[in-house]
Design a protein around this ligand. Structure first.
Ligand code: 13P
Ligand code: SF4
Length: 305
Protein backbone atom coordinates (compact mmCIF):
# COMPACT_ATOMS: atom_id res chain seq x y z
CA UNK A 1 0.00 0.00 0.00
CA UNK A 2 1.31 3.46 -0.98
CA UNK A 3 1.98 5.55 2.12
CA UNK A 4 0.99 9.19 2.51
CA UNK A 5 4.01 11.36 1.46
CA UNK A 6 3.44 13.89 4.26
CA UNK A 7 3.48 11.11 6.86
CA UNK A 8 6.63 9.64 5.37
CA UNK A 9 8.30 13.06 5.42
CA UNK A 10 7.40 13.43 9.11
CA UNK A 11 8.83 10.04 9.95
CA UNK A 12 12.01 10.80 7.98
CA UNK A 13 12.52 14.13 9.74
CA UNK A 14 12.04 12.51 13.17
CA UNK A 15 14.52 9.74 12.36
CA UNK A 16 16.95 12.23 10.85
CA UNK A 17 16.88 14.13 14.16
CA UNK A 18 17.36 10.93 16.15
CA UNK A 19 20.26 9.62 14.06
CA UNK A 20 21.91 13.01 13.41
CA UNK A 21 22.01 12.18 9.70
CA UNK A 22 22.58 14.80 7.03
CA UNK A 23 20.43 14.47 3.93
CA UNK A 24 21.97 15.80 0.72
CA UNK A 25 19.81 15.92 -2.42
CA UNK A 26 20.52 16.69 -6.05
CA UNK A 27 18.32 19.27 -7.77
CA UNK A 28 16.78 16.53 -9.96
CA UNK A 29 15.31 14.27 -7.26
CA UNK A 30 11.62 14.24 -6.47
CA UNK A 31 10.39 17.52 -4.93
CA UNK A 32 9.09 15.74 -1.79
CA UNK A 33 12.69 14.63 -1.10
CA UNK A 34 14.19 18.04 -1.84
CA UNK A 35 11.80 19.43 0.79
CA UNK A 36 13.18 17.27 3.62
CA UNK A 37 16.87 17.59 2.63
CA UNK A 38 19.39 19.62 4.64
CA UNK A 39 20.86 20.83 1.39
CA UNK A 40 19.90 20.63 -2.29
CA UNK A 41 22.39 21.49 -5.01
CA UNK A 42 24.27 20.69 -8.18
CA UNK A 43 27.19 18.26 -8.33
CA UNK A 44 29.75 20.91 -7.40
CA UNK A 45 27.74 22.34 -4.50
CA UNK A 46 27.02 18.86 -3.14
CA UNK A 47 30.69 17.86 -3.18
CA UNK A 48 31.63 21.09 -1.39
CA UNK A 49 28.95 20.40 1.27
CA UNK A 50 29.99 16.78 1.74
CA UNK A 51 33.53 17.95 2.41
CA UNK A 52 32.41 20.73 4.74
CA UNK A 53 29.90 18.72 6.81
CA UNK A 54 32.11 15.63 7.49
CA UNK A 55 28.90 14.26 9.06
CA UNK A 56 28.83 10.83 10.74
CA UNK A 57 26.00 9.78 8.47
CA UNK A 58 25.14 11.19 5.03
CA UNK A 59 22.06 9.98 3.17
CA UNK A 60 22.82 10.93 -0.41
CA UNK A 61 19.74 11.40 -2.57
CA UNK A 62 21.17 11.31 -6.07
CA UNK A 63 22.99 8.81 -8.26
CA UNK A 64 25.94 6.58 -7.43
CA UNK A 65 28.81 8.73 -8.75
CA UNK A 66 27.58 11.62 -6.58
CA UNK A 67 27.45 9.46 -3.44
CA UNK A 68 30.93 8.15 -4.29
CA UNK A 69 32.24 11.72 -4.59
CA UNK A 70 30.75 12.51 -1.17
CA UNK A 71 32.47 9.44 0.29
CA UNK A 72 35.82 10.37 -1.30
CA UNK A 73 35.63 13.87 0.19
CA UNK A 74 34.28 12.75 3.53
CA UNK A 75 35.94 9.35 3.99
CA UNK A 76 35.09 9.06 7.68
CA UNK A 77 31.37 9.53 7.05
CA UNK A 78 29.02 6.67 6.44
CA UNK A 79 27.49 7.59 3.06
CA UNK A 80 24.25 5.81 2.21
CA UNK A 81 22.73 5.57 -1.27
CA UNK A 82 18.98 4.99 -0.70
CA UNK A 83 18.58 2.98 -3.92
CA UNK A 84 21.64 1.02 -4.97
CA UNK A 85 20.41 0.76 -8.57
CA UNK A 86 20.45 4.56 -9.05
CA UNK A 87 23.40 4.96 -11.42
CA UNK A 88 24.30 7.33 -14.23
CA UNK A 89 24.39 5.73 -17.69
CA UNK A 90 26.84 8.38 -18.89
CA UNK A 91 29.29 7.56 -16.06
CA UNK A 92 29.12 3.91 -17.13
CA UNK A 93 30.14 4.88 -20.69
CA UNK A 94 33.76 5.29 -19.54
CA UNK A 95 35.01 2.00 -18.15
CA UNK A 96 38.16 2.11 -16.07
CA UNK A 97 40.03 -0.42 -18.25
CA UNK A 98 39.42 1.67 -21.38
CA UNK A 99 40.56 4.85 -19.59
CA UNK A 100 43.70 3.10 -18.30
CA UNK A 101 44.43 1.88 -21.84
CA UNK A 102 43.89 5.36 -23.30
CA UNK A 103 46.25 6.85 -20.72
CA UNK A 104 48.94 4.32 -21.58
CA UNK A 105 48.58 5.01 -25.31
CA UNK A 106 48.54 8.81 -24.89
CA UNK A 107 51.01 9.53 -22.09
CA UNK A 108 51.37 13.16 -23.21
CA UNK A 109 47.66 14.04 -22.77
CA UNK A 110 45.97 15.67 -19.79
CA UNK A 111 42.91 13.64 -18.81
CA UNK A 112 39.91 15.61 -17.53
CA UNK A 113 37.00 13.61 -16.14
CA UNK A 114 33.58 15.13 -15.75
CA UNK A 115 32.33 14.39 -12.22
CA UNK A 116 29.78 12.06 -13.86
CA UNK A 117 32.33 9.24 -13.82
CA UNK A 118 33.10 6.35 -11.51
CA UNK A 119 35.55 6.66 -8.59
CA UNK A 120 37.82 4.15 -10.37
CA UNK A 121 37.94 6.39 -13.46
CA UNK A 122 38.59 9.51 -11.39
CA UNK A 123 41.53 7.65 -9.86
CA UNK A 124 43.11 7.51 -13.37
CA UNK A 125 42.83 11.17 -14.38
CA UNK A 126 44.57 14.52 -13.81
CA UNK A 127 41.56 16.75 -13.25
CA UNK A 128 37.92 16.43 -12.33
CA UNK A 129 35.32 19.04 -13.27
CA UNK A 130 31.60 19.64 -12.98
CA UNK A 131 29.31 21.58 -15.27
CA UNK A 132 29.58 24.41 -12.71
CA UNK A 133 33.36 24.79 -12.96
CA UNK A 134 34.40 23.18 -16.25
CA UNK A 135 35.58 26.48 -17.74
CA UNK A 136 37.67 27.28 -14.69
CA UNK A 137 39.30 23.83 -14.84
CA UNK A 138 40.04 23.97 -18.57
CA UNK A 139 41.47 27.48 -18.25
CA UNK A 140 43.82 26.24 -15.53
CA UNK A 141 45.43 23.74 -17.94
CA UNK A 142 48.32 25.17 -20.00
CA UNK A 143 47.10 26.34 -23.43
CA UNK A 144 49.52 24.07 -25.31
CA UNK A 145 48.53 20.90 -23.44
CA UNK A 146 46.55 18.23 -25.28
CA UNK A 147 43.38 17.32 -23.44
CA UNK A 148 41.17 14.22 -23.43
CA UNK A 149 37.78 15.14 -22.03
CA UNK A 150 35.64 12.28 -20.75
CA UNK A 151 33.01 10.85 -20.76
CA UNK A 152 30.65 13.60 -22.05
CA UNK A 153 31.27 14.44 -25.70
CA UNK A 154 28.52 17.10 -25.60
CA UNK A 155 29.90 19.03 -22.63
CA UNK A 156 33.37 18.74 -24.17
CA UNK A 157 32.21 19.99 -27.59
CA UNK A 158 30.27 22.85 -25.96
CA UNK A 159 33.43 23.91 -24.12
CA UNK A 160 35.52 23.72 -27.30
CA UNK A 161 32.96 26.00 -29.00
CA UNK A 162 32.93 28.43 -26.08
CA UNK A 163 36.62 28.55 -25.23
CA UNK A 164 38.04 27.83 -28.69
CA UNK A 165 40.05 25.00 -27.19
CA UNK A 166 40.30 21.78 -29.22
CA UNK A 167 40.12 18.58 -27.16
CA UNK A 168 39.88 14.87 -27.82
CA UNK A 169 36.43 13.73 -26.73
CA UNK A 170 35.29 10.42 -25.29
CA UNK A 171 32.14 9.14 -26.95
CA UNK A 172 29.79 9.20 -23.96
CA UNK A 173 26.73 11.34 -23.40
CA UNK A 174 23.73 11.75 -21.13
CA UNK A 175 20.85 9.86 -22.77
CA UNK A 176 18.37 12.19 -21.06
CA UNK A 177 19.84 15.48 -22.37
CA UNK A 178 21.02 14.04 -25.68
CA UNK A 179 17.42 13.46 -26.75
CA UNK A 180 16.50 17.17 -26.64
CA UNK A 181 15.71 18.32 -30.19
CA UNK A 182 15.85 21.65 -32.05
CA UNK A 183 12.22 21.13 -32.92
CA UNK A 184 11.29 21.18 -29.23
CA UNK A 185 13.07 24.55 -28.80
CA UNK A 186 11.27 26.00 -31.83
CA UNK A 187 7.90 24.79 -30.57
CA UNK A 188 8.48 26.01 -27.02
CA UNK A 189 9.60 29.45 -28.24
CA UNK A 190 6.50 29.70 -30.43
CA UNK A 191 4.25 28.72 -27.51
CA UNK A 192 6.01 31.04 -25.00
CA UNK A 193 7.57 33.92 -26.97
CA UNK A 194 8.41 35.94 -23.83
CA UNK A 195 10.33 33.15 -22.13
CA UNK A 196 14.07 32.71 -21.82
CA UNK A 197 15.34 29.26 -22.91
CA UNK A 198 17.79 27.63 -20.50
CA UNK A 199 19.45 24.28 -21.19
CA UNK A 200 22.10 22.13 -19.52
CA UNK A 201 25.54 21.94 -21.21
CA UNK A 202 25.08 18.15 -21.49
CA UNK A 203 22.79 18.94 -24.44
CA UNK A 204 24.14 18.68 -27.98
CA UNK A 205 26.03 21.76 -29.27
CA UNK A 206 23.26 22.75 -31.71
CA UNK A 207 20.80 22.79 -28.80
CA UNK A 208 23.11 24.94 -26.68
CA UNK A 209 23.52 27.29 -29.63
CA UNK A 210 19.75 27.58 -30.06
CA UNK A 211 19.17 28.30 -26.35
CA UNK A 212 19.66 31.60 -24.52
CA UNK A 213 22.01 30.10 -21.94
CA UNK A 214 23.56 26.75 -20.98
CA UNK A 215 24.10 26.39 -17.23
CA UNK A 216 24.69 23.80 -14.52
CA UNK A 217 21.60 23.11 -12.41
CA UNK A 218 22.93 25.40 -9.66
CA UNK A 219 23.76 28.06 -12.26
CA UNK A 220 20.20 27.83 -13.64
CA UNK A 221 18.70 28.29 -10.18
CA UNK A 222 20.80 31.39 -9.55
CA UNK A 223 20.06 32.69 -13.05
CA UNK A 224 16.26 32.43 -12.81
CA UNK A 225 16.17 34.28 -9.51
CA UNK A 226 18.37 37.12 -10.82
CA UNK A 227 17.00 37.37 -14.39
CA UNK A 228 14.64 40.15 -15.39
CA UNK A 229 12.63 37.58 -17.39
CA UNK A 230 9.42 36.38 -15.72
CA UNK A 231 9.02 33.24 -17.81
CA UNK A 232 11.46 30.42 -18.56
CA UNK A 233 11.63 27.31 -20.74
CA UNK A 234 13.67 24.74 -18.84
CA UNK A 235 15.75 22.30 -20.90
CA UNK A 236 16.96 19.94 -18.22
CA UNK A 237 15.62 17.25 -15.87
CA UNK A 238 12.20 18.33 -14.70
CA UNK A 239 12.87 17.80 -10.98
CA UNK A 240 14.63 21.17 -10.94
CA UNK A 241 11.36 23.00 -11.62
CA UNK A 242 10.14 22.17 -8.09
CA UNK A 243 12.88 24.30 -6.56
CA UNK A 244 12.55 27.01 -9.21
CA UNK A 245 8.85 27.39 -8.39
CA UNK A 246 9.40 27.30 -4.63
CA UNK A 247 12.13 29.94 -4.74
CA UNK A 248 10.47 32.16 -7.39
CA UNK A 249 6.71 32.06 -6.78
CA UNK A 250 6.17 35.10 -9.03
CA UNK A 251 7.82 33.50 -12.10
CA UNK A 252 6.59 30.89 -14.58
CA UNK A 253 8.49 27.78 -15.68
CA UNK A 254 7.69 25.59 -18.69
CA UNK A 255 9.41 22.24 -19.23
CA UNK A 256 11.05 22.19 -22.68
CA UNK A 257 9.97 18.57 -23.14
CA UNK A 258 7.99 16.42 -20.70
CA UNK A 259 10.27 13.44 -21.51
CA UNK A 260 13.39 15.04 -20.00
CA UNK A 261 13.26 12.83 -16.94
CA UNK A 262 16.25 10.94 -15.54
CA UNK A 263 14.93 7.47 -14.61
CA UNK A 264 17.84 6.93 -12.22
CA UNK A 265 17.24 10.12 -10.22
CA UNK A 266 13.59 9.12 -9.96
CA UNK A 267 14.53 5.79 -8.37
CA UNK A 268 15.13 7.67 -5.11
CA UNK A 269 11.84 7.66 -3.21
CA UNK A 270 10.69 8.82 0.22
CA UNK A 271 10.26 5.14 1.12
CA UNK A 272 13.90 4.33 0.44
CA UNK A 273 15.14 7.51 2.15
CA UNK A 274 13.32 6.24 5.26
CA UNK A 275 14.83 2.79 4.76
CA UNK A 276 18.28 4.42 4.46
CA UNK A 277 17.81 6.09 7.86
CA UNK A 278 16.70 2.73 9.28
CA UNK A 279 20.02 1.21 8.19
CA UNK A 280 18.47 -0.94 5.48
CA UNK A 281 20.26 0.48 2.39
CA UNK A 282 23.67 0.21 0.80
CA UNK A 283 26.57 2.05 2.38
CA UNK A 284 29.12 3.30 -0.17
CA UNK A 285 32.34 1.40 0.41
CA UNK A 286 35.34 2.15 -1.80
CA UNK A 287 38.84 0.76 -1.97
CA UNK A 288 41.01 3.14 0.12
CA UNK A 289 43.67 3.28 -2.62
CA UNK A 290 41.08 4.23 -5.24
CA UNK A 291 39.65 6.85 -2.88
CA UNK A 292 43.07 8.41 -2.28
CA UNK A 293 43.85 8.51 -6.01
CA UNK A 294 40.39 9.81 -6.95
CA UNK A 295 40.57 12.54 -4.30
CA UNK A 296 43.53 14.21 -6.05
CA UNK A 297 41.75 15.41 -9.25
CA UNK A 298 38.69 16.38 -7.17
CA UNK A 299 40.72 18.39 -4.62
CA UNK A 300 42.66 19.98 -7.48
CA UNK A 301 39.37 21.16 -8.95
CA UNK A 302 38.03 22.38 -5.59
CA UNK A 303 41.23 24.33 -4.94
CA UNK A 304 40.61 26.52 -8.01
CA UNK A 305 39.10 29.86 -7.10
P1 13P B 1 24.77 19.47 -12.36
O1 13P B 1 26.14 19.33 -11.84
O2 13P B 1 24.57 20.64 -13.25
O3 13P B 1 23.77 19.44 -11.24
O4 13P B 1 24.45 18.23 -13.31
C1 13P B 1 24.51 16.90 -12.91
C2 13P B 1 23.91 16.02 -13.88
O5 13P B 1 23.94 14.82 -13.74
C3 13P B 1 23.27 16.60 -15.04
O6 13P B 1 22.66 15.63 -15.79
FE1 SF4 C 1 23.39 10.88 -15.59
FE2 SF4 C 1 21.96 12.22 -17.37
FE3 SF4 C 1 20.78 11.29 -15.20
FE4 SF4 C 1 22.50 13.36 -15.05
S1 SF4 C 1 20.51 13.30 -16.07
S2 SF4 C 1 22.43 11.58 -13.69
S3 SF4 C 1 23.98 12.76 -16.61
S4 SF4 C 1 21.71 10.07 -16.84
Amino acid sequence: MKRDPAELQKEILALKEQTGATILAHNYVDGAIQDIADFCGDSLELSVKAKKYQADLIVFCGVRFMAETAKILSPDSRVILPNSTAGCPMADMAQVDEVRKYRKEHPDEVLVAYVNSTAAVKAQVDWCCTSGNVERVLNAIPADAKIMFLPDRNLGANMTAKLGRPMSLWSGCCPVHDRITLESIREARAAHPDAEVLVHPECRPMIVEAADAALSTGGMLRHVSESLFREFIIGTELGIIHRMMRENPDKVFHPLLPQVVCPDMKKITLENVLAALQGKCEEIVLDPEIMDAARKPIERMLALK
